[in-house]
Design a protein around this ligand. Structure first.
Ligand code: NAD
Length: 327
């Protein structure tokens, strides 16, 4: 199957060629957009990542160019117009799970770095400043962690935090017995927000969860609470986060995802002025750490993504089930 791989970085090439050196893969570093969709002409399969544009106009161009399968390298598929894909006869496949540990451990890393101010300490000691003022953290043991979305990643994260001796509150329309077995207590979202010292988001982005964290929900949190988002950027209303940080209602913020990340993340833009004023303001807070959608980025996760994506393509070509997602 002739496959074009959009938004591919060197680590993608390494993992895909490592998984199957002879697969007919054509790597493109550019993001899939309406402008770049012409590159896919004549390719049966378009392999896409989370910030590729899979809206109706792009899907129409892909279908017209002969594409029949969209093989996502991600678990999330909120960026695909599934109704249009179905109408055009395009199959959409995804990687339902690759390493929940990769994302859950990154959420834990953000918590530890924010709490113990590692980002500040790192810079300080390199400047010869060995003072400790402003670096006071808190013991995690005995604190309450609120887990929003307790699927594969949320449950893995809950297990890590239980290991630190934290109490667990959970919110999810579907209870996960493995979280209850850890002592996790399922409550409604307002109760979770009001009683958690740390809140971590692990639910998918959809109409029900868009801006789940907004001015109102931030106001319900304990003053000085920590919020971690490794889910999707639009789960939070970013300008509302800035207001909550300014007044101290939000004490710490760790983001691996950002609503407007598509034109920024995965690229080196260090030579250019940052045009996004909201992101620029967020980056001024000493109690905010932003990573550029790297929670998935472990060797194990990359290998699993490559393996499952190529298995999906092979299964689809043979008419077998291929982790298809439908509207
Ligand atoms: P999953 O499907 O195993 O779990 C999602 C859970 O969210 C399910 O238990 C579901 O019932 C729950 N849920 C659905 N609607 C909800 C709501 N309104 N409120 C609370 N919970 C709700 O998915 P997963 O593999 O655990 O991944 C979770 C999300 O993590 C993905 O959708 C994706 O957006 C994100 N993700 C991010 C990265 C990254 O690199 N930052 C990598 C992989 C996945």
């Amino acid at each position: 199957m002739r496959t074009i791989v959009f938004s591919s970085q060197a680590y993608d090439r390494d993992s895909f060629l490592g998984a199957h050196p002879t697969f007919d893969l054509h790597f493109q570093q550019v993001r899939l957009t309406l402008d770049t969709s012409a590159l896919a002409s004549g390719f049966d399969v378009v392999c896409a990542f989370i910030n590729d544009d899979l809206s109706a106009p792009v899907l129409q161009r892909l279908a017209a160019g002969g594409t029949r399968l969209i093989a996502l390298r991600s678990a999330g598929y909120n960026h695909v117009d599934l109704v249009t894909a179905k109408r055009l006869g395009l199959t959409v496949a995804r990687v339902p799970a690759y390493s929940p540990h990769a994302v859950a451990e990154h959420a834990a890393a953000l918590i530890l770095a924010l709490n113990r101010r590692l980002h500040r300490a790192y810079n300080r000691t390199r400047e010869g400043d060995f003072s400790l003022h402003g670096l006071t953290g808190f013991d995690l043991v005995g604190k309450t962690v609120g887990v929003v979305g307790t699927g594969k990643i949320g449950a893995t994260f809950a297990r890590i935090m239980a290991g630190f001796g934290c109490g667990l509150l959970a919110y999810d329309p579907n209870r996960n017995p493995s979280v209850e077995a850890l002592g996790g207590l399922y409550v409604e979202l307002p109760e979770l927000l009001a009683n958690s010292n740390i809140i971590s988001l692990h639910c998918p982005l959809n109409d029900a969860t868009r801006h789940l964290i907004n001015a109102e929900s931030l106001g319900r949190m304990k003053p000085g609470a920590m919020l971690i988002n490794t889910g999707r950027g639009a789960l939070v209303d970013t300008p509302a986060l800035i207001e909550a940080l300014k007044c101290g209602q939000l004490g710490y913020l760790g983001l691996d995802v950002y609503e407007e990340e598509a034109n920024l993340f995965f690229e080196d833009r260090s030579d250019l002025p940052l045009q996004d004023d909201v992101l620029a303001r967020l980056l001024t807070f000493p109690n905010v750490i932003i990573t550029a959608h790297q929670a998935f980025l472990t060797r194990e996760a990359l290998a699993a993504i490559a393996r499952t994506t190529l298995d999906n393509i092979t299964a689809w070509a043979a008419g077998r089930s291929c982790n298809q997602v439908e509207a």
